[in-house]
Design a protein around this ligand. Structure first.
Ligand code: SAM
Length: 281
């Protein structure tokens, strides 16, 4: 794609490309060029399908994502496909939501390619970990209240490698991906570890897309809010003082005042009302 990498073209090559967080305009120029030139694209669930329109008409488009309740392709089988196509002297794009190296298995795939002797490039993408909070008006750092930020997986909240209490004590902003299903376990671990129950917390579903949905509460209330407001995957959880900025800076929701995008800033009274409704239904 540039002078330094042309020598690999004759041998086939894999590009691990970040598709960005959802809004198609948040794809990088380099990512777009990879898609335009690809012979084969292996793409994931959270890639915006609009981006595939940049591919050549004869490009082989293969969905290798995981949909809830459906059988999915094993990680090793995806790696085997990348290697096989590259050995057929093809330009292969492995297109992933956000950034390939942020909870995207990009590291594993690069290792598999290296072990197989296949040339590769990493094309970083705009990660949802930063962009989704930004679209909800949440800066993950702020000079007044957040000097540090941690990106954490909530996929396996019982994973003892994740020291929730220590994280809450030592890091100002926690951005939790894949944590919706385990939100109650996560907030319990934080509270047990001494986290202030009033510490602001926000949920953002389908961030950067017109359907974006945001809700702001606290560590004590956010798991109940997620249930009451019926949050679904994909959702990002932000815990820390910065989460409260969503109340003042929710610029993206204001652009979509036609109702496609929604913002809920729930007071304790409204929360109790919602929970009572749910209990009596
Ligand atoms: C496997 S991780 C992939 C992260 C990706 N590599 C990145 O850099 O953004 C998938 C998780 O990212 C978050 N996510 C992805 N797209 C999102 C979106 N548009 N809105 C909110 N969360 C999103 C969700 O927490 C989801 O469970």
């Amino acid at each position: 794609m540039n002078g330094a990498t042309r020598k690999f073209d004759a041998a086939g090559k894999v590009y691990l490309v970040g598709a960005g967080p959802g809004d198609p305009e948040l794809l990088t120029l380099k990512g777009k060029r990879c898609i335009e030139e690809a012979d084969v694209i292996l793409y994931d669930e959270l890639v915006n399908a609009e981006l595939l329109a940049f591919a050549r008409a004869d490009c082989d488009l293969r969905y290798v994502g995981k949909r809830a309740g459906e059988c999915c392709i094993e990680q090793r089988a995806i790696e085997a496909q990348m290697i096989r196509f590259a050995r057929q002297v093809k330009k292969v794009v492995r297109l992933k939501g956000g950034d390939p190296f942020v909870f995207g298995r990009g590291g594993e795939e690069a290792q598999a390619l290296r072990d197989a002797g296949v040339a590769f490039e990493i094309v970083p993408g705009i990660s949802t970990a930063i962009a989704v909070p930004a679209y909800a008006g949440i800066p993950v750092t702020h000079r007044a209240c957040a000097s540090s930020v941690a990106l954490v997986t909530g996929h396996d909240a019982a994973n003892e490698k994740i020291k929730w209490a220590e994280l809450a004590r030592s890091v100002d902003t926690l951005v939790i991906l894949m944590g919706l299903r385990n939100l109650r376990k996560i907030t319990s671990a934080l509270l047990t570890g001494g986290c202030d129950p009033a510490r602001p917390a926000a949920l953002i579903q389908s961030g950067t897309l017109a359907a974006q949905k945001t809700c702001v509460g606290s560590v004590a209330t956010i798991a109940g809010l997620a249930r009451a407001e019926k949050f679904r995957s994909p959702t990002i959880i932000v815990i820390g003082q910065v989460a409260a900025f969503a109340r003042q800076l929710s610029w993206f929701h204001e652009l979509h005042e036609d109702g496609a995008s929604s913002f809920t800033n729930i007071t304790a009274g409204r929360f109790r009302q919602l929970m009572n409704q749910e209990l009596t239904n």
